[in-house]
Design a protein around this ligand. Sequence first.
Ligand code: HEM
Length: 463
Amino acid sequence: MKNTSQIPSAAGGLPLLGHVVPLLRDPLGFLTRLPEYGDLVRVNFGPLSALVVCDPALIGQVLRDDRTFDKGGPVYDRGREFVGNGLATCPHRDHRRQRRLVQPAFHPTRLPGYAQTVTTRAAELTASWQAGQILDVFADMQKLTAKITVDTLISTTAPRDGLTEAIDALNTIVGGLSLRMATPPPLDRLPTRGNRRYHQARERLPRVFRQIIAERRAAGIDHGDLLSMLLAAQGPDSGPAGERLLDSEVIDQIVTFFAGGTETSGSALAWALHMLGQHPEIEKRLHAEVDTVLDGRPATHADLPRLELTGRVLTETMRLWPPFAFFTRTCTADTRLGRYPVPAGTLIGCSPYLLQRQADLYPDPDHFDPDRWAPNHPHPPRREAFITFGGGARKCIGDRFGMNEMVLALATIAARWRLQPIPHQRVRPVFSGPTLQPSGLRMRAAARTTTSTTSAVNTAQPQ
Ligand code: HEM
C-alpha cells in the first residue's frame, strides 16, 4: 500500500495560497483536469487541504460509509451556523433519528398535493410574462422555486398572523446563503445593512415559527404541507421523547428545506431553459411531448410518467450543470481510500461536476444529449456515475419532490412559451458557494400557439 505523502497534488499550487489562483480563475476547468492525477488528488485552498476523489467507486465508498466520512469540517460547520443542525448539516450521530422522523414528509402519497402547488405557481409566473419580454431567467426561476418551497412547506391556504413575517425571515436567511457561507466569519459582524437584516431575521425566525407551530398543534389539522408532517412526527403519541422532533428541530428542518430546495431547483430549471435554447431540435421534441400530454390543460401529478422526455432533459441538464457541484466530508477515523491510507481529520471533496464530465463514464461528455437516459439506450450511464443528488444514507431527501417540481414547472412553461437565446450573449457558470449558477442568462419570451396535439409547433414572433 502507498503512503499518504504519495498522493499527488494538483499542479499550479503556490506557497501559502495553494490552488487559490487557478480555483478562482477557472474553477470548472480546474475540477475537470483533476482526474488526470489519479483516483485521489490533493488540493490546497490557503491553509485548507482536501483530498478530491475522482474515481466513481471510491466516491461510492465515501457516500455509503457516512460514519467514517461524516459531514463536518469548515463547510458544514459554517453551514450549521446558518441553517442550524438540520438534516443536511447534522453529523452522523444525529442523522438516523432525524431522517426517520423527517422522511414521512416526502412520502409518495404526499407528492400529488405538492404538485398542485407547483403548477399553480408556475402558471402564475408564465401568465405574468409578455411576448417579446427579456427575462432574467435565473432570477425568475429562483422566485418561482422559493414560492413553491414556501407553499409546500407552510400551506398559505389559511393565512394567519406572522406568516408573512416568517416567510420574509426565511427569504432573508436563505437568500444569499451560499455567498454568506463563502465569506470569512469575522465579516458577519460588520455593521452592514445586509448583516443587520440577516441578524434581525435570525432572531425573528424562531419566535414567529414557535407561534405558528403552537397554533398548528392546538388546531391539529393536516394542511397537506411539509410542516404538518414534521409536526406529526413530534405529536405526544408518536413515541418516547427521543422519537420526536423538538420545536427547535422543526425550525432547523424548515430552514434546511428552504435552503436545500430553492437555489438547487431554481438553478437546474434555469440551466434547462438555457440548454433548450441552445438545442432547438430537442426543444421542438419537448414541446411536442408537452402538447400531446397536456393538450392545453394544466399539468398534474398524474402526467409525470408521460412527461418522460421533459424528465430526461432535466436529468441531462443536471449531469452537465449539477446545482451542488461540490460537497465535502471529514474522516472520523483512520481509513483507506483505494491504494492510500487516509488519516482521521482529513477533508474529502466529491464533485458531481468532475465525475459527470468524465469521458469514460459518458461518451462525448460535454454534449447535451437527453437520449443517453432513454430507457432503451444500449449503453445506459452507470448508476454510481450520477451523483447530482448525492448518495448513500445522506442522499437528497427531496430528490423525487425536486424532480417532480422541475418537470411540472418546465412543462408548464413550455406549454405556453418558447424562451429564445439572446444573440452574442455570454452565459457563464459561476459558483455561488457550492451552487453552480448560470450568470448573465437572459432570454426572450416568445408566445407559443400549438396547432396540433402531436408535433407541429408554431412560435409567435416577439411583439
Ligand atoms: C435540483 C434539486 C436538488 C438537488 C440537485 C439537490 C442536491 C442535493 C445533494 C447533492 C445532497 C447531498 C449533499 C451531501 O451529501 O453533502 C442533498 C441533500 C439534501 N437535500 Fe437536496 N437537492 C435538490 C432538491 C432538494 C429539495 C427540493 C429539498 C427539500 C425540499 C432538498 C433537501 C435536502 C436535504 C434535507 C438534504 C440532506 C439529506 C440528508 O443528509 O439526509 N433538496 N441535496
